[in-house]
Design a protein around this ligand. Structure first.
Ligand SMILES: C[S@@+](CC[C@H](N)C(=O)[O-])C[C@H]1O[C@@H](n2cnc3c(N)ncnc32)[C@H](O)[C@@H]1O
Length: 288
């Protein structure tokens, strides 16, 4: 457990929650089956599901948002040429510490700013596409994926206009299409992963004293951070129950160059306009 002390919030709390049954290397959801007994097992199930999606002809992979580095390491061991990126230096340091054999394969950079010398066969996101603006996500993917290469996304998405957390599924598909990607496979696994959220908030609240003793001793108010995180997760879980949010796997193939048709230009313009008016309204609200 002491190995996760230096991670920054909220990642330190994710790592704490999944490390209770043994030091886990993933910070993603678990896929719960009838006989699943622990979060570590549930996470392995989801990791296995993701690996089963990788097309046979794949050789080079970008693990975008590589967290603690486990997937980057697993895929390297399987013979893929994998690069893991994350903008969080504490996570990159930890990934290098855990997997020294591939330490040079971990790069501290934002996906949006990454500019490798050659495109990849496949770009992979496990709960890390949600941090990137939808339009930027697919424009950058058009540069980072080779012709006839793939994008594999396993993430939380939203179906409605509001609340605004996560990328909206319909925007993702529209920007994917206008940047030359078509859908090969799609699976909705909300019901199989949702138990992870209940497990996580229950565990944080029940172990707040233990968490304080592990992460305390700084000027951070750990107890407040833990309860705020658990409350925020509960509020979000209600939106999964009401089907405003969901959890899906997408395998996309780049089969055409980006199409800057009148439709896609209009889509981009209206998307930017909506974002700008939102920022403007937020400023007014803050000023009141
Ligand atoms: C919830 S963690 C998931 C980590 C890992 N994929 C896993 O499954 O264990 C989210 C990851 O996304 C990364 N991330 C956040 N914003 C990013 C960005 N703009 N570009 C690349 N990675 C980003 C974080 O640093 C972190 O590694």
């Amino acid at each position: 457990m002491s190995r996760i002390r230096h991670l920054q919030p909220p990642y330190c709390y994710y790592a704490y929650a999944v490390s209770r049954d043994g030091l886990a290397d993933y910070m993603h959801y678990g896929y719960w089956k009838e006989d699943t007994r622990s979060i570590v097992e549930a996470q392995e199930n989801l990791a296995d599901l993701m690996k089963s999606y990788i097309p046979a002809e794949t050789r080079t992979i970008l693990d975008s948002g590589c967290g603690l580095g486990r997937t980057t390491s697993d895929l390297s061991e399987k013979g893929f040429d994998v690069t893991g990126i994350s903008p969080d230096q504490s996570l990159i340091d930890e990934a290098r510490r855990r997997f020294p054999a591939i330490e040079k394969k971990f790069v501290c950079v934002k996906f949006e700013d990454y500019s490798p010398s050659r495109p990849f066969d496949l770009v992979f996101f496990q709960e890390s596409s949600q941090y990137i603006d939808t339009k930027v996500l697919f424009e950058q993917l058009a540069k980072l994926v080779r012709h006839e290469g793939y994008v594999l996304i396993c993430d939380e998405v939203r179906y409605s206009q509001k609340p605004r957390l996560f990328n909206r599924r319909s925007d993702m598909l529209a920007f994917a299409a206008s940047n030359g990607f078509s859908m090969l496979r799609n699976e909705v696994i909300t019901d199989q992963v949702l138990e992870t959220r209940r497990f996580f908030t229950r565990l944080l609240r029940e172990n707040v004293d233990d968490i304080k003793s592990l992460f305390g001793g700084t000027d951070r108010d750990v107890e407040k951070e833990v309860f705020e995180l658990a409350d925020a997760w509960d509020r979000e879980t209600a939106f999964f129950d009401s089907h405003d949010y969901g959890y899906e796997v997408f395998l996309l193939k780049k089969s055409a160059p980006a199409r800057h048709t009148a439709g896609s230009v209009l889509l981009g313009a209206s998307y930017l306009l909506k974002r700008k008016s939102r920022t403007f309204l937020n400023r007014i609200r803050d000023a009141l």
